[in-house]
Design a protein around this ligand. Structure first.
Ligand code: S3P
Length: 475
């Protein structure tokens, strides 16, 4: 059995990966309430245990049968706490767990913040880890306790992933800054949560102990990262500010390498956060959703028009006319998909399946996040993927071109480029799609126009005038 002590953002993912691989896992959380809450949503065993309490850990070991536990992953976090909390969770936590589970290998998740270098130099596991702040020194004390038992220390870079990426969130909320260092800012060392979890699972399976840095392949300066992100999202590059000496874990700047870990056979799925931006379909949308839910006023929707609606509703034809009326550009997500894939939509459906088409479609949508003054025609099924909703909303003013099944059928009859209508009874298929998607279009749309009795020009006029009203002088 493997214990995962601390089932937060990273620990829960580690436990899930171990469980999915067929390993018996018990996750520990600090209180009975959190254990109860967590146990409702996960298939692995969960136990409450305050690891800073020696007696609690001893009694847990008795209940579980300490000899069956072959590895303990310490993944608990000190939350927002200061030095006192660090000592309790990290130093006492490691000591208590290693004393109670003497047959188990300890894998302690530490942090690259223990390296105090400020000169941007390359840092490996053999370089000095001499943190300036007391919190950092306590992490090193906990590391030493784990290493003395023959355990593993994983020094994790800044973890980001779905629902959590401070660099992007701060940029979008206008709070980001390039901190000192001759305008380049400090070097950011990051790791996607999936890669952090896979690295820990990899280290659990290895027999060796020692220190390993867990970081992606491309540490980069804040300036490089923020400039590139700003370009992707059509945001201004944040200002440079002096270094903040109050940072909890100290102000540092160094390029931490993963060479040692890579040499043991692990490799990250996302070489850099920009690979994750492209490859992790949930990343951007989860951050946009978070901002929309928690502080909707700080990130205004962009000045674009997004057309949604079923196949045959006129998104492409009307969209071009609206663009001409407003002096906007016109883009079509279907077209981006076919250009990127270099084949037609029926071919993508046939060769890769609908799910692959949907992830290509989401990527096409995300690629538009820097655009302004655009009419975006979307594929009829774009609303079926919840991850697209925050992106659609952020992109601009959403218009649903609605029409009855008879109209849609008439307009799509004879076409060969829509795999979903290759059904025996396309009309019935359209009826079903309208029933399924109607509520989704309704929820998302700022404006719904029923087009059955309108000419294309009339529809385009209606859309363009509503857009003018909506954006007013901002246009
Ligand atoms: C689809 C609609 C199509 C295209 C694909 C799937 C759908 O776009 O994305 O064939 O699921 O409704 P149009 O709505 O532009 O025809």
């Amino acid at each position: 059995m493997i214990l995962v002590a601390g089932c937060g953002y990273l620990g829960a993912r580690i436990a899930a990966l171990l469980h999915d691989a067929g390993t018996q896992v018990t996750g520990l959380t600090h209180s009975p309430e959190s254990a109860h809450h967590l146990a409702e949503g996960v298939p692995w065993r969960v136990e409450p245990c305050d690891i800073s309490d020696a007696a609690a850990v001893t009694s847990l070991a008795q209940n579980l049968g300490a000899t069956y536990v072959r590895c303990v992953v310490h993944c608990a976090s000190s939350g927002r706490g200061g030095a006192g909390e660090y000592r309790r969770v990290y130093v006492d936590g490691v000591r208590n767990l290693s004393a109670a589970f003497q047959n188990a290998r300890i894998v302690f998740t530490s942090s690259t913040s223990v390296y105090s270098q400020t000169d941007g130099s390359v840092v490996t596991e053999t370089d000095a880890a001499l943190p300036e702040k007391e919190t950092g020194r306590l992490l090193v004390e906990a590391e030493d306790a784990a290493l003395r038992t023959g355990g593993v220390v994983a020094r994790l870079a800044g973890i980001y992933g779905p629902g959590r990426w401070f660099v992007l969130r701060n940029l979008l909320e206008g709070k980001a800054a390039i901190e000192g260092g001759e305008g380049e800012g400090r070097v950011l060392n990051q790791i996607h949560r999936e890669d952090a979890a896979s690295a820990i699972v990899h280290l659990v399976s290895k027999k060796t102990g020692g220190v390993f840095n867990v970081v992606d392949d491309m540490p980069m300066t804040q300036r490089a990262c923020l400039e590139k992100l700003a370009a992707r999202f059509g945001m201004p590059v944040p200002p440079a500010v002096p270094p903040n000496p109050e940072r909890k874990r100290g102000w540092t700047s160094k390029r931490v390498t993963n060479t040692k870990l890579r040499a043991t056979g692990w490799q990250p799925r996302f070489a850099s956060c920009f690979d994750a931006l492209d490859g992790d379909g949930e990343l951007v949308s989860s951050i946009l959703a978070q901002i929309a839910a928690e502080s909707p006023d700080v990130l205004p929707r962009r000045r674009n028009v997004v057309l949604i609606g079923l196949m045959g509703s006129g998104k492409s034809t009307v969209g071009r006319m609206v663009a001409a009326k407003l002096g906007f550009d016109f883009v079509d997500t279907d077209q981006i998909v076919t250009q990127t894939a270099r084949c037609s939509i029926p071919q993508i459906f046939e060769r890769e399946g609908e799910a692959a088409f949907r992830s290509r479609e989401s990527a096409a949508l995300r690629s538009l996040l820097h655009r302004e003054h655009c009419v975006v025609a979307t594929g009829g099924g774009i609303v079926t993927q919840p991850r697209n909703n925050p992106v659609l909303r952020h992109l601009g003013y959403i218009v649903w071109l609605d029409a009855g099944v008879a109209t849609l059928h008439r307009r799509t009859a004879g076409g060969h480029d829509r795999p979903l209508l290759k059904a025996d009874d396309p009309k019935a298929k359209l009826q079903r799609l309208l029933e399924e998607r109607g509520p989704l279009y309704t929820r998302l749309a700022d404006l719904r126009i029923t087009t059955d009795d309108l000419s294309q020009d009339e529809t385009a006029y209606g859309v363009a005038e509503s857009v003018r009203l909506h954006f007013g002088s901002q246009l």
